[in-house]
Design a protein around this ligand. Structure first.
Ligand SMILES: Cc1cc2nc3c(=O)[nH]c(=O)nc-3n(C[C@H](O)[C@H](O)[C@H](O)COP(=O)(O)OP(=O)(O)OC[C@H]3O[C@@H](n4cnc5c(N)ncnc54)[C@H](O)[C@@H]3O)c2cc1C
Length: 432
């Protein structure tokens, strides 16, 4: 039984980035907070763990952020952990085509006008200005338009530019993704110029960067954090959530208590009668490979702001979409990987090792230890139909609010969306 203070306690269920950001905002305002998490650790789909096979800390998957992700940067500022992310001082996206061996680096221009698309040496090799200008069709896309309705999938720009960009941002087969959501993302990043497009990655891993500082902040402010607590059922009474039923423990809510459900869409839908959440999801597959020593990096090394860099490159013509390097650990990502995720791990490992050996010019017979991580429900499928099912933070129950990357943030399902959703839920519950 909780004891309600004047403002009551806020019970936040789910300690992914959405739940953590809500908890941090509310604890900073002096609210009494309890955070419940089904797993034994926080972070949800954005977590680190020690891998025995590689004998190092690894992330469940490479996570790329951008300087346009202002909610993430504000969250880290509040936690005084702003230096936990690293990236190049200038936006640059190197690509390698494993089929042709061709390399190029996309460098967005400073300011709002994308001058780079007017200069043939800065464009993707073999592409023409007219192809880029056709991207403006996205600006006129209706709510029901798929990307395949707006962009020509046979255009020379599709394979080396649109497809990798869309799959990375929407984790959805590129033709099926929402054209409007893609345009929204372009407005927030490329349309703001180079300074908004600088890539950011967690310098020492997702846990140390985004999760551990939040748990320390919450502990300092007296928040309760309870792991291994799976919410099984919510009882409602008089338009309010009245009781939270965790396996083995029931929490009766005081009259001023409030609840934020910061769960994945499937879990939220199972607990809230009448909630219509996005249902279909897509996998992301990652592999981490520990090499005997740090390999040479085949692109110009950039100077990371604040020290140690984590170089990365986009890959075409193989299985992986992106390759990141942290010292001697190579990490590869395949998004919209629902078909690949059905294959046995040793097949996935062999395909991703072959990409690595080709990209970094390594002996294919090396046989290094590889860890494959298959996140079958990495994000919801960001199609026009699914976007209509994103709910606002306020629910049908007066003291119950929703957060999660899948709620109506107007952004692709990313860390930025998760953090914004937590902030929005924290704000909504303080309003009358
Ligand atoms: C492999 C991978 C790569 C990604 N790459 C990127 C990227 O490059 N850039 C980017 O910005 N984003 C990326 N994302 C997306 C990003 O990780 C998510 O958008 C974000 O982490 C979602 O946070 P969340 O808090 O909304 O949800 P979650 O992280 O899913 O948090 C929900 C929490 O609720 C808990 N839970 C579930 N059911 C219950 C229950 N009944 N009771 C109590 N707790 C429960 C879960 O254990 C979980 O901890 C990636 C995701 C994956 C999986």
């Amino acid at each position: 039984m909780t004891v309600a203070g004047d403002e009551g306690r806020v019970h936040i269920v789910g300690a992914g980035l959405a739940g953590l950001s809500a908890a941090v905002r509310l604890a900073a305002q002096g609210r009494a907070v309890t955070l419940y998490e089904a797993a034994a650790q926080a972070g949800g789909r954005c977590r680190s763990f020690h891998d025995a096979r590689l004998d190092c800390l690894i992330d469940n998957g490479n996570h790329l952020m951008m300087t346009a992700n202002t909610a993430v940067l504000d969250y880290l500022d509040l936690l005084q952990a702003g230096d936990a992310l690293t990236g190049p001082a200038q936006a640059a996206f190197p690509f390698l085509d494993l089929e042709s061996g061709q390399r190029w680096t996309l460098k967005p221009s400073a300011g709002r006008i994308p001058w780079w698309i007017f200069r043939s040496r800065q464009r993707v090799p073999g592409t023409h200005l007219a192809s880029y200008l056709k991207g403006l069709r996205l600006a006129f896309a209706g709510a029901d338009a798929r990307i395949g309705d707006c962009l020509d999938t046979h255009d020379p720009l599709w394979r080396p530019f649109w497809e990798p960009l869309i799959v990375a941002v929407l984790n959805t087969p590129a033709e099926e993704g929402s054209a409007r959501l893609l345009w929204q993302m372009l407005l927030l990043t490329f349309a703001r110029g180079e300074a908004a497009c600088r890539p950011l990655v967690a310098r020492d891993g997702l846990g140390p960067a985004l999760v551990d500082p939040a748990l320390a902040f919450l502990a300092d402010r007296g928040a309760e954090i309870r792991f291994n607590q799976r919410l099984r059922r919510i009882d409602f009474n008089d338009e309010r959530a009245a009781r939270l039923d965790f396996a083995g423990q029931a929490i009766a809510l005081g009259s001023a208590d409030q609840v934020i459900l910061a769960l994945p869409p499937q879990a939220a839908e199972g607990l809230l009668p009448g909630l219509d959440a996005p249902r279909e999801s897509h996998a992301i597959v990652n592999a981490h490979i520990r090499l005997p020593q740090a390999p040479d990096w085949p692109f110009e090394a950039h100077q990371a702001e604040g020290g140690r860099e984590v170089p990365f490159m986009g890959l075409l013509g193989g299985t992986a979409d992106w390759l990141f390097l942290r010292g001697s650990v190579v990490s590869l990502t395949v998004s919209a990987a629902t078909a690949l995720a059905q294959r046995p791990n040793d097949e996935i490992a062999a395909a991703l090792w072959s990409d690595t050996a080709r990209a970094l010019n390594l002996d294919p017979a090396l046989n290094p230890p590889i860890r494959v991580i298959n996140e079958k429900r990495a994000t919801f499928a960001q199609t026009p139909a699914a976007l209509r099912r994103r709910p606002p933070p306020r629910s049908a129950w007066r003291n119950l609010f929703l957060a999660g990357d899948w709620t109506a943030t107007g952004l692709p399902a990313t860390i930025e969306s998760a953090v914004r959703s937590g902030d929005a839920a924290a704000k909504a519950l303080t309003l009358p």
